[in-house]
Each structure stands twice: as structure tokens, then as C-alpha cells.
Design a protein around this ligand. Structure first.
Ligand code: ATP
Length: 443
């Protein structure tokens, strides 16, 4: 099997694109196939090299790799050659209508109660008329002559599908400026690179009908590519995602410090009956089954992603994060703080609190309690029994318990109202820092 992920480098990848990339990668890896990254950059105005580079970076961050990659802009001569084949077969014909004329024709058809599709007026143009127009400085755009049939296929996600070609306009494959449209370049590449399975978003279903017709016209053989269209992801309000709008981008999640395994686990489970579990693409491959993806659009809920990210961090062993922790952060530190993190980046603050210098706000109203605490601070070495033993003694001396006892101490020791269990965290702070912080909190 050979699959491809074919984004246009016109913006940062969003989670919908990522889901398609992941699905292709998982299919390829599960079935020992080949995964190609193809950059569909024939739209020269909107495609940008920095987006192309960004797509590769974001995919690598997700944990995806590819066996081959190429850009469509490097294959223009292949598209020129394929267009010649279609022209020779009489399947690609020149058209001279302006946008205005086409709008007018569409409007007229609508008024007559007919579908507003292209009337193939250009097929009536003679060679002389075309030559004269070209002499007068006009350049034609080129349309593919669709068959008058219904294209059918067994979709890998959606089941039996069909597209009635007579209800569609002949698609433009070459613009008047000579540039090629995606509808065409994609078919040429899929054929020439031996793609066996096309897995993409449901936005391409109609395209698939058209592309199967072009593919068969071009190759002269019945289509052998399997198509699977995954329902589109929406944002949590049901709104459409677009690279152009910069919606829920991988880049943003990466900057925010989301764990890629949380994102891939969430994306793989969305729209299936599986509970999401954070997992790297490699760990997801075995359990992946595209036929279990539901037919209805799925909502991408950032809150659910964050919850999964949190659960994932809370269970991560030290070895899995050690290289991403601040210098000097050891296993006891990680085990003490991980249960308190929403994002790994927050670990830096806790490291400062445990081992560095922090600002401690004076609590003059708690001076008596803090004084008692300072005086009964036990000698080191400290372990997990130090905090309960110490606070029991302080509570008795100051006649305090519960929040009235623990909150002023936590504030003095960490500068925060909430945080890791002090049973494990206090030994990390150590006696010298604890004493100095209590002193400063007394004022
Ligand atoms: N919301 C979505 N959910 C799932 N898949 C999507 C979604 N949007 C795009 N895709 C898929 O992502 C792949 C890459 O497509 P493409 O680069 O055209 O993305 P796009 O977001 O539609 O781009 P743009 O917003 O620039 O038009 C295609 O397979 C497409 O079907």
C-alpha cells in the first residue's frame, strides 16, 4: 500500500489536517506500506516556503515521519505532458469565457430553473475562432470533458458512494495563466507515484467523482485507487476549520506546551467509540482501524485535549521527561510535582519554588503561627513524615487546624495557594530555604 498526505502550504496545519496526516501514517505503518508527504503548492500566490517548512516541523513534532516527500511545483513538466495526453484524446478543451460571462450564464440558467452548471459553449468554438482570439491577446483556460455517467466507489469510511457527473460543471484544469489546478495535479501525481489508497477529508467527496473520471481518461484504465473520506473536524462550537483562519493550529498547541502524544491519542479516538488515551503514533498503529471512524463530523474540544494532556502528564515516568526538565530536576522532584501540572512548561516554576529563590509575601496577621512553625522546624534529614509530624506540632502550639493551619504555611513556603502535596514537596525545599521563607513571611 502507498498513501500520501497532501497539504497545501498556505498556512499552519490545523487539527483537522493533522487527523488526516495521522490516519494516513497509521494505515501505512500498520500495513507495512509507504507514506508520502506531498506539498500541493501549485497555488503560487498563497503557498509560502515558511509554511512548507512549518508543516514538516509540525508533523515531526506530532511523531510522524515519511518515506518520500516532494513538491508539486517541481513537477510542472509532468503536468504539461499529462495535459497533452488529455488534449490528444479530446478530453481537455479550451474556453475563452470571462468570469463575467460565466456569472451571467449561471444567472440565466438559474432563472430558467436549470442547474447553474457550465453549458459547454466553448465546445462549439471553431479552431479559427480560437486562433483569432489568441492573436488578439486572449489566452484560453482548459476544461476537462466529464463523462455523462455516475461514478461509484466503495468508500473506506463512508461506504458506497456515488457522484453524478452530469450534474457538475466540467472542471477547469488549467487556468488562463497556464497554472494547473489541484484537481488535475493530484490525479497525475497519484497515478505516477503509484498511490493505492487516498485517505482525505470529506470535503473531497465530489472531487473524487471528478478525479476518478479524469484518472480513467488519462490512464485509459479503470480506477484502482481506494478512497476513504474522513468526516471533517469542527471547532468546539461546530465552526469550520481552515488554515487560512489560523484555527486550532498544531503550532499553537506546540507553543502552549501540549504533549504531542495527548494530541495524537485524542485525534485517533475522535469520532470512534474508543476512550482517548494519550499515545504516540507508533503506539497507536496496532489498534488503529479506519472502519471504526464514525460518519458524522466530530468536534475538536480543546478542553478535552487539555484534560487528556493533564492525565498523561500525571502518569508520565521520570525517564520519559528527564531531558525536558530543568537542570538539576531529579526523580523525586518530578514525582512530587507531576500531579500538579496542566502543561509541562509549568514545571519550571515549581523547580524555582523547590530549589530557587522566590518572592514571599509577608503575612503579619499570621506572625504567631509562622513564628511557632519556624521554632519547631525539625532538623534534617527530611522525608515524607517530616511535614505531618511538623504541622501536627505547629497546629498544637498555635491551636490551629485544617485550612487555617495549612494555607499560611503553604503560602510562606511556596508563595502559592495551591500546589503539590507538601509531604513530598517540603523535603525538596529543604530546611535552609524553608526557614528563610518563614522568616520573610513573618515580616
Ligand atoms: N476540518 C477538517 N477536518 C478533517 N480534515 C480536513 C479538514 N480540513 C481539511 N482537511 C483535510 O486536510 C488535508 C489537507 O488539506 P488542505 O491543505 O487543503 O487543508 P485545508 O485546511 O482545507 O486548507 P485551506 O484552509 O488552506 O483551504 C485534506 O485531506 C483535507 O481533506
Amino acid at each position: 500500500m502507498k498513501v500520501r498526505f497532501a497539504p497545501s502550504p498556505t498556512g499552519w496545519l490545523h487539527v483537522g489536517n493533522a487527523r488526516i496526516a495521522l490516519a494516513n501514517w497509521l494505515e501505512a505503518r500498520k500495513r507495512g506500506g509507504t507514506f508520502i508527504l506531498r506539498l500541493d503548492d501549485t497555488d503560487t500566490e498563497r503557498s509560502k516556503p515558511e509554511f512548507a517548512q512549518g508543516i514538516e516541523e509540525d508533523l515531526r513534532w506530532l511523531g510522524l515521519d515519511w518515506d518520500e516527500s516532494f513538491r508539486q511545483s517541481d513537477r510542472i513538466e509532468r503536468y504539461v505532458a499529462a495535459a497533452e495526453v488529455l488534449k490528444k484524446k479530446g478530453l481537455l478543451y479550451p474556453c475563452l469565457e470571462t468570469e463575467e460571462e460565466l456569472n451571467y450564464k449561471r444567472e440565466m440558467r438559474r432563472k430558467q430553473g436549470r442547474a447553474p452548471i457550465y453549458d459547454r459553449g466553448a465546445l462549439k468554438m471553431t479552431a479559427e475562432q480560437l486562433a483569432r482570439a489568441i492573436e488578439n491577446g486572449k489566452s484560453p483556460h482548459w476544461r476537462f470533458k466529464l463523462n455523462t455517467r455516475t461514478v461509484t466507489w466503495q468508500d473506506g469510511v463512508l461506504g458506497a458512494r456515488n457522484v453524478k457527473l452530469p450534474s457538475l460543471s466540467d472542471p477547469v484544469l488549467i487556468r488562463a495563466d497556464g497554472s494547473f489546478l489541484y484537481t488535475f495535479t493530484s490525479v497525475v501525481d497519484d497515478l505516477e507515484t503509484g498511490i493505492t489508497h487516498v485517505i482525505r477529508g470529506e470535503d473531497h467527496v465530489t472531487n473524487t467523482g471528478i478525479q476518478i473520471d479524469i484518472l480513467e481518461g488519462l490512464s485509459g484504465r479503470p480506477n484502482r485507487i481506494h478512497f476513504a473520506h474522513m468526516p471533517l473536524l469542527t471547532d468546539s462550537e461546530g465552526g469550520a476549520l481552515s488554515k487560512r483562519l489560523g484555527s486550532v493550529s498544531l503550532r499553537q498547541f506546540r507553543r502552549d506546551g501540549i504533549e504531542p502524544a495527548a494530541l495524537t491519542g485524542y485525534l485517533a479516538a475522535l469520532g470512534t467509540s474508543n476512550d482517548p488515551v494519550a499515545a504516540s503514533p507508533r503506539d497507536l498503529a496496532q489498534g488503529w482501524d479506519i472502519t471504526r471512524v464514525s460518519h458524522s463530523p466530530a468536534r475538536f474540544d480543546t478542553k478535552q485535549l487539555l484534560a487528556l494532556n493533564r492525565r498523561h502528564l500525571h502518569a508520565l515516568p521520570f525517564e520519559a521527561v528527564r531531558e525536558r526538565l530543568p537542570d538539576g530536576a531529579d526523580e523525586p522532584f518530578w514525582l512530587a510535582v507531576r500531579g500538579n501540572l496542566d502543561l509541562l512548561a509549568e514545571v519550571r516554576d515549581w523547580h524555582e519554588i523547590a530549589r530557587g529563590e522566590i518572592t514571599v509575601a509577608p503575612q503579619p496577621e499570621e506572625a504567631a503561627l509562622l513564628q511557632a512553625a519556624l521554632q519547631s522546624l525539625p532538623p534534617e534529614p527530611w522525608d515524607e513524615t517530616s511535614w505531618p509530624t511538623w504541622t501536627a506540632a505547629v497546629g498544637q502550639a498555635a491551636q490551629r487546624k485544617g485550612k487555617a493551619l495549612f494555607l499560611p504555611l503553604r503560602r510562606a513556603l511556596t508563595g502559592e495557594d495551591h500546589g503539590p502535596d507538601l509531604k513530598t514537596f517540603l523535603p525538596l525545599i529543604g530546611r535552609a530555604r524553608a526557614a528563610s521563607r518563614l522568616q520573610r513571611a513573618i515580616g
